[in-house]
Every structure is written in structure tokens, then in C-alpha cells.
Design a protein around this ligand. Structure first.
Ligand SMILES: Nc1ncnc2c1ncn2[C@@H]1O[C@H](COP(=O)(O)OP(=O)(O)OP(=O)(O)O)[C@@H](O)[C@H]1O
Ligand SMILES: [Mg+2]
Length: 466
């Protein structure tokens, strides 16, 4: 799925952030609430102070109370007072019931203290008559929330830090685990393990990183196939070169011994020409394989191109009959005349080469809406059904045994050599380079007699430019 990783990250980070803010809010209000009440023993102490003040006032009078209050102030290092609550309304104002019944001068000791105010509030503990009040600014030692600053810092800073670090760790793992696999695979690949692939191990996810793994696998597939085919080609090429080199060695021996030097020189030239042809074909094949050139910049008449190739072939194979069914004109766009010409030529030459002289080869070109279909049909021995795909592989020849004996035999100079098995593999790549397809099949008579080989090349009338 496109952008799946982006959506996943947005959801996780978005939901995580909202959850974090919510947690901070809840935890800090809970911490404030639970830490801002005066401790029970301190409440009791304050109540005892009030009781004692009331006792002294009632039993010993105001002067004794004054002395006792002075001592207590000294002891608690705070402001302390005793007062009546008869606040009289002015200007005929009407006091609400609440004011008349329970006027207070300070805060009740059961109320919470606002921890964010620096000064301590004045606490109000009424005497039994409810009209006299013991007032005391809360002594510092009784102030609640001693650890509130730490708790608040933990909630505001440490908690987000820990949770965001955890979230980052989870996201990091989520992103890094496929990247580590990619790194590992790349390393193994660079060390020569060309079978390594990643995507199978990322089956459970379907995001941008899976696409990256796909791209790696695709690259690994293509590179490993390329390396394998290049290795195979190198080994085939060196094998193919051995025969002409042996013949050249022998020719040099003949020259040194002055045995028929003219024939030996001709042999050297002939083998050199064959070797050059072989090396050139192999190099073209390697170039088409590795470079995958885009051959799509020419517009030309396909019918004319085939006509020219057929004329040349008739000249080269004068004893064969080459029949053509071509339209007057067949314009093809975004293609390559050279590549396509070489590919078609290889196929037509094969048809003539593998068809007995008294038989026919037929070349016909037809057109559908978007495709040209070129059929090259011969009356040769055809190809065994199971080898129809193999004939497009480099250096593949159906009748290798015959070719080997050819190689070992005293091949006459000027005699047509057996092929290298490169013609069709070149044709395949050349046709593919112009976005076409090539297929081989045998065709049969009504009584299932094999009549010959039929090669079909399909070409888009206008190839895509890229
Ligand atoms: N028209 C055909 N009829 C029968 N067999 C064919 C025909 N075309 C190709 N083949 C078989 O396919 C093999 C591969 O063909 P390809 O053109 O690649 O190589 P080649 O003709 O042997 O050599 P090269 O083209 O390199 O000179 C041939 O060796 C031959 O056995
Ligand atoms: Mg050939």
C-alpha cells in the first residue's frame, strides 16, 4: 500500500502525543490534589492550639491568652491571632445566610492549600461559641506538598522523556529491522551470495520498506542472472575459441615446417575471421545484456527493411526459394532499424540455413491495431518441442554433436561453418530492445507430420518512448 508507513507513523506519533498530554494532565492534577492537604497530625495540632487558646481565654482571661499567644508565636515563628467574627454590614447591606451563620476569617484546616502560592495561608479554627476564631498563618513546618516540586518535575519532564524515548525506540525498531535485513542482505550479496533475497521475510508488512525490499530483490535477481549468464558466456566463449585456436596452432606448425604454406596461411586467415565474428557476436550479446540499451528513436518502413534483408538473403542462398508477403508500406515508430534488421536477418538466415535447397522459406508481415506480426516459416527439420525455448539461449545448438564433429573434422576453407549458437539469442535481445517479442514453434501437417519451424516476431507499431 502506498504511503502506509507514513500513515502508520502519523497514527502512532499523533495518538502517542495526545495520550501523553492526557496522562500528564491527569497525573499532575492528582498529584496536586493528593499533596495539598494538611497532614492529619498537623490538623490535630492546630485544633489543639485552638482548644488551648479557648481554655486559657475562658479560665484565665485575655491577659493570660496574650502571654500564651506570644510564646506560641515565638515557638512556631508565625503570625497568630484570636478574633471575633462580628463583621457588621454597612449601608443597610444584606448579608446572605452563609455569611451570617459561618463567617470565617481564615481558611478551614480541611481545605486544600494552593501549592503554587509561595506564602502560607491563614488558618481559621473557631472556638466552641463559633464566634471567636483562633487564626494562625500556617507554620512552614506544617506546609504540605514538600515533594510536590519533585513530583511535578517528574510528571512534566521525566515522564514525557521516558515515554517519548520508549516510543522512539519502538519506532526505531520498526524502521530499522527491515533496514538491518537490507544491510545484511546487501553485505551478503557483496560477498558473493547472490541467492539472498529479503521480501519473503517482510511478508507481514506492506509499506514503503517492503517496496524497498522488492526493489532490492529485483536488483539482486537481475544482477545474479546477469552474473550467471556472463559467467556462462565466458566459459562458452573460451570453449568455442579453443577449436579455432587449435586449428591456428596446427596451421602455424605447418607454416614452420613449410608444409603447404599457402593452405596454412589461408587456414589462419579463415580461423581469424571466424574468431573475430564469434568475439563480435559475444560482445554484442554482452552489451545488450548488461546495458539494456533503449533503442527507440527511429521511424522507418518495416516492409522496406524486410525486403532489403530478403534480397540480400536470396543473393546469399541462391538455391533456395524465399517467398515474401509484405504490405507496400509498414511504418514503425520509436524503434531501431539496425537492431531490428540484425535480429530479423539472423532468423531469416537460420530458416534458409536449416532448410534443404529444394524447399521454401516464407516471410510474411501482417498488422493488427497496435502490432506488426512477422512470421518466418521454413520447411526444414524444425526443433524438438522441448528445446523450443532453449534455442534462444547463447551458444545453444540443437545438434551439438554434429557441430562438435564439425569442429574436429578437417573443415574445408570457404565451407559454411556450423553456427556458434548466438544468432537467435542476439535476435531475442534485439527484438526485446525495441519492445517486441519473439517465439518459436513447429508447424505440422494434417497427419501430424512436422513441416518446419515457424518464428513469430511481434512488434508494437509505436513503441513506448521510455
Ligand atoms: N529454422 C531452424 N530450423 C531448425 N533448427 C533451427 C532453426 N533455427 C535455429 N535452429 C536451431 O537453433 C540453434 C540456435 O540457433 P542460432 O541461430 O542461435 O545459432 P546458429 O544458427 O547455430 O549459429 P549462429 O546463428 O550463431 O551462426 C541452431 O543451432 C539450430 O540447432
Ligand atoms: Mg543462426
Amino acid at each position: 500500500m502506498k504511503n502506509r508507513l507514513l500513515i502508520k507513523l502519523c497514527c502512532i506519533i499523533g495518538a502517542g502525543t495526545v495520550l501523553l498530554f492526557w496522562m500528564i494532565d491527569i497525573l499532575s492534577s492528582q498529584a496536586e490534589q493528593s499533596m495539598s492537604s494538611i497532614a492529619d497530625e498537623h490538623k490535630q495540632e492546630l485544633r489543639d492550639f485552638a482548644k488551648q487558646a479557648e481554655y486559657i481565654y475562658l479560665k484565665q482571661g485575655e491577659a493570660a491568652l496574650e502571654v500564651w499567644l506570644d510564646d506560641l508565636r515565638e515557638q512556631e515563628k508565625t503570625w497568630i491571632a484570636v478574633a471575633y467574627s462580628d463583621i457588621k454590614p454597612l449601608a443597610n447591606s444584606d448579608f446572605t445566610y452563609r455569611y451570617e451563620q459561618g463567617i470565617w476569617l481564615g481558611r478551614s484546616i480541611d481545605w486544600m492549600i494552593h501549592l503554587y502560592f509561595e506564602y502560607n495561608p491563614i488558618m481559621d479554627i473557631p472556638f466552641s461559641d463559633k464566634n471567636t476564631h483562633f487564626l494562625i498563618q500556617l507554620p512552614q513546618r506544617m506546609r504540605p506538598g514538600k515533594y510536590y516540586t519533585y513530583a511535578d518535575s517528574a510528571i512534566q519532564f521525566a515522564l514525557p522523556l521516558v515515554l517519548l524515548s520508549l516510543l522512539s525506540l519502538v519506532l526505531y525498531q520498526h524502521l530499522m529491522s527491515p533496514l538491518r535485513r537490507l544491510e545484511n542482505a546487501t553485505k551478503q550479496f557483496s560477498e558473493g551470495n547472490f541467492d539472498v533475497r529479503i521480501n519473503a521475510s517482510l511478508d507481514s508488512r506492506d509499506d514503503e520498506l517492503t517496496a524497498l525490499a522488492d526493489t532490492f530483490d529485483h536488483m539482486a535477481d537481475r544482477t545474479s542472472k546477469l552474473i550467471a549468464s556472463q559467467r556462462q558466456m565466458l566459459s562458452d566463449l573460451s570453449h568455442e575459441l579453443r577449436t579455432p585456436l587449435t586449428r591456428m596452432d596446427m596451421a602455424v606448425d605447418f607454416l614452420e615446417l613449410q608444409l603447404d604454406p599457402k593452405k596454412a596461411a589461408d587456414r589462419l586467415r579463415y580461423e581469424a575471421i571466424n574468431m573475430r565474428e564469434l568475439v563480435e557476436d559475444a560482445l554484442t550479446l554482452a552489451y545488450l545484456d548488461t546495458e539494456r540499451p533503449k533503442l527507440n528513436n527511429e521511424t522507418f518502413d518495416l516492409a522496406e527493411l524486410i525486403n532489403v534483408i530478403c534480397e540480400d538473403s536470396r543473393f546469399e542462398y541462391p538455391k533456395h526459394t524465399l517467398i515474401t508477403h509484405l504490405p507496400d508500406q509498414a511504418l514503425i515508430k520509436n524503434s531501431s532499424q539496425r537492431a531490428l534488421g540484425q535480429g530479423i536477418e539472423n532468423v531469416i538466415r537460420n530458416a534458409l540455413h536449416y532448410t534443404p535447397t529444394d524447399k521454401n522459406v516464407m516471410v510474411s508481415l501482417s498488422k493488427t491495431d497496435t502490432l506488426y506480426s512477422l512470421v518466418i516459416q521454413d520447411e526444414g527439420q524444425g526443433v524438438p518441442e522441448e528445446l523450443l525455448e532453449d534455442i534462444f539461449k547463447p551458444f545453444f545448438r540443437v545438434d551439438k554433436a554434429r557441430t562438435l564433429s564439425d569442429a574436429q573434422s578437417e573443415l574445408k576453407i570457404g565451407q559454411k561453418r556450423s553456427g556458434f549458437g548466438l544468432g537467435l539469442s542476439l535476435a531475442l535481445r534485439q527484438v526485446e530492445a525495441v519492445k517486441g517479442t519473439i517465439k518459436a514453434s513447429n508447424y505440422y501437417s494434417a497427419d501430424a507430420q512436422k513441416l518446419g519451424l515457424l518464428i513469430t516476431i511481434e512488434l508494437p507499431c509505436v513503441s513506448a518512448e521510455s
